[in-house]
Write a protein that binds this ligand. Structure first.
Ligand code: IVH
Length: 667
């Protein structure tokens, strides 16, 4: 066994590091990735293995060291040498003009220029570099003292761990979550029937305060740098920002120099209507006097600089009356307050309900029954109450109170320490049973047509269905006796139940509603283990070894399958003839782990058909060619991708080779 690395090992480590840093830059700073997340993870894993073999190759600025060490016990305080100030807000044109007037008054006979940038909706942090190496990350705290969050900040991949130059400086910026990453996180929460996170900002703030950097890393926090504590190195903010970008810091390109307040207002107008096109949230613009000499002359109050101001976009949405707040119980008991609204047309559809998330959120926005509220439909489908129109609040209105008991079964709510949400702890609660059946029957589950909410309510109320296994012993007589259920509908439902027996194992695994197991994870588990029996025999450790399966998921699966009720349920599903193992044919994946790129025009298949064939064979179909691409299939008139494949030495096949490729005859 080798104990110390040879020159070749050193060179390999250095090469891997450079390559990983290059992909980090392409992905995070230039938004033009060349390889998939999986391929990136593989590179990182290779470096990790090498460093594990030769620990002396492990440098603190190695990309493997973004997630290092054990969870912290708590955070240590750090003082800010230069206080982290806040910004004064304005909400309209007049206030902005007033700011401009004050600035010019403070700088007589000077030419004032503004640097206008987006106001990122996240959390303020400071990052200190000594000799080009990231040495400290801190939250803003009260502006004078914050928390040392170095290990969490290191997980933010936009932020370089080491700069190319040997400089010492402190940068300040905003840590945020992209909307897509926030949605992904909430999808996983929904699969676990956990209370959903309210918005990307709260989630980013909560994430930075987690003690385990491993969890932080999974959340994919992002960062924009919007300033530097630079002494007198630069003449202006714009100069500093250009330099920071050059040093490799994530500086947003959507910034502009404005010579007049009119120009600022134009920029504001542009972003008011285009902000939804950004992958992240912005709640306004920040207008900064550009020259540092001017900034110093204007100075600051104890709270905020006089040389900058935030222009906040007004709350958007359609006004309507909030008639009542009711608590809805999810399939695992989570109690979510829901606004019942006077129907209102928003974003292409009529909205009657909107989620209010939780009690904290209701208190923060001070939402009450009887209020007129602004209803908004953001990028996602779930409508939200954006704000209350305070002028229209009825005089006798009172703050809303969370009920103490489950409105459905009367059991007292419980609250888990780590969660904000209340939960009904009774698994027999009709609402939870209905939720489980609804989840089972949903389109991405067993897709049982004709099994809607009203019907499910009756089946549960009449005790015809206690768990989803009972669906398969329903008879024609059971059904025709129900409200609004004719003979034809009863027959149709029995037919759809019959058809649902054919759903593949992965769908069944998702549909039975194991906490933390969403549709995607169910497919991963099904493919890795092949059958429910095999899953049942697996330990938490074994399941955690599967790519994309974390310990939380693994523990949840083991817990679920070990329960007595689950055994009863699975017995029923087995008896009903559901598929509790992978299809053999589906198990054969000759291209598993391989990446294929399609390019040019295919004549015998549509692009989608070809991609599907490849995916069915286990391949990942990528959009661009890189060194890790295994095959390129080129049709007619293939262009730059073909050339790149040739340059990189990636094997190129013609359309006619496709059948042999998917049959595994070429690998
Ligand atoms: S400059 C002394 N620029 O807004 C000025 N702040 O409401 C310091 N923020 O605490 C802030 N985007 O967290 C600045 N482009 C931007 C910003 C920005 C978001 C946040 C920052 C600050 C808060 C003040």
């Amino acid at each position: 066994m080798a104990t110390s690395p040879g020159p070749k090992d050193r060179a390999r480590a250095e090469k891997l590091r450079d390559e990983i840093r290059r992909h980090e830059r392409l992905y995070y700073r230039e938004a033009r990735p060349e390889i998939s997340d999986r391929e990136f993870d593989d590179l990182l894993k290779r470096l990790e293995e090498l460093e594990a073999q030769f620990p002396e190759l492990r440098t603190p600025d190695s990309p493997t060291q973004r997630v290092g060490g054990e969870p912290l016990e708590g955070f240590v305080s750090v003082a800010h040498d230069v206080p982290m100030l806040s910004l004064a807000n304005t909400y309209n044109e007049d206030e902005l003009r007033e700011f401009d007037r004050r600035v010019r008054e403070g700088l007589p006979n000077e030419t004032v220029r503004y640097h206008v940038e987006l106001k990122f909706d996240g959390v303020a942090v400071a990052a200190r570099y000594v000799g080009g190496v990231l040495t400290l990350g801190a939250t803003r705290g009260d502006g004078r003292t914050g928390d040392d969050i170095t290990s969490n900040l290191r997980t933010v991949r936009d932020l370089p761990l080491r700069l190319d130059e040997d400089v010492t400086l402190e940068v300040r910026g905003e840590v945020y979550l992209e909307r897509a990453d926030f949605d992904r996180l909430n999808e996983a929460r929904a699969a676990a029937d956990l209370e959903l996170y309210v918005n990307p900002r709260n989630t980013a703030a909560g994430t930075l305060k987690l003690l385990d950097p491993k969890i932080v890393a999974e959340r994919r926090l992002r960062m924009f740098v919007y300033g530097a504590v630079a002494g007198d190195t630069f003449e202006s903010h714009s100069q500093a920002m250009d330099r920071l970008a050059e040093l490799g810091f994530p500086v947003d390109g959507n910034r502009r120099i404005c010579d007049s307040v009119e120009e600022v207002l134009e920029f504001v107008e542009h972003w008011r209507s285009h902000r939804r096109e950004l992958p992240y949230e912005t709640d306004g613009l920040v207008v900064k006097v550009d020259s540092y000499r001017h900034q110093n002359r204007l100075g600051a109050t104890s709270k905020a600089p006089r040389w900058a101001i935030a222009y906040k976009f007004p709350a958007e949405g359609q006004p309507t009356r909030l008639e009542a707040i009711q608590v809805q119980i999810g399939r695992m008991g989570t109690a979510t307050p829901v606004a019942h609204l006077e129907p209102v047309f928003v974003g292409g559809s009529t909205v009657r309900r909107a989620t209010l998330h939780n009690l904290d959120e209701i208190r923060r926005k001070d939402i009450r029954e009887g209020d007129t509220v602004l209803v908004e439909k953001g990028g996602d489908v779930i409508p939200k109450v954006a704000a209350v129109v305070m002028d229209k609040r009825p005089k006798d209105s009172k703050p809303w109170r969370f009920p103490r008991k489950c409105p459905v079964c009367g059991t007292a709510f419980v609250k888990e320490e780590t969660e904000v949400a209340y939960r009904c702890p009774n698994p027999e609660c009709a609402a939870q049973r209905e939720g489980r059946i609804g989840h089972f029957a949903a389109r991405d589950g067993m897709d049982i047509e004709g099994l809607g909410t009203k019907l499910i309510e009756q089946l549960v109320a009449k005790d015809l269905v206690r768990d989803v296994g009972d669906l398969y012993s329903l008879t024609f007589e059971d059904l025709v006796g129900l409200d609004r259920m004719g003979e034809l509908s009863a027959r149709n439902l029995l037919d759809s139940l019959e058809r649902s027996r054919e759903r593949p194992f992965a769908r069944v695994l998702f549909a039975i509603g194991i906490r933390h197991v969403g549709a995607h994870v169910a497919r991963v588990l099904a493919e890795a283990k092949g059958s429910l029996a095999a899953l049942r025999e697996s330990t938490v450790e074994e399941l955690s070894e599967i790519h994309e399966v974390g310990e939380t998921v693994a523990a949840s699966v083991v817990d679920f399958l070990g329960r007595k009720e689950s055994r009863v349920l699975i017995g029923k599903l087995e008896k009903a003839g559901l598929r509790l193992e992978q299809d053999r044919a589906a198990g054969a994946k000759p291209l598993a782990g391989q990446t294929v790129v399609l390019t040019g025009t295919l004549t015998g298949y549509t692009r989608n058909q070809a991609a599907q064939l490849l995916r069915d064979a286990g391949a990942r179909v990528a959009g661009s060619v890189s060194k890790t691409t295994n095959w390129v299939v080129a049709g007619e008139a293939a262009g730059s991708k073909l050339k790149k494949a040739q340059d990189l030495g990636v094997p190129v096949l013609g359309e006619a080779d496709l059948p042999r490729l998917v049959a595994g005859e070429l690998s």
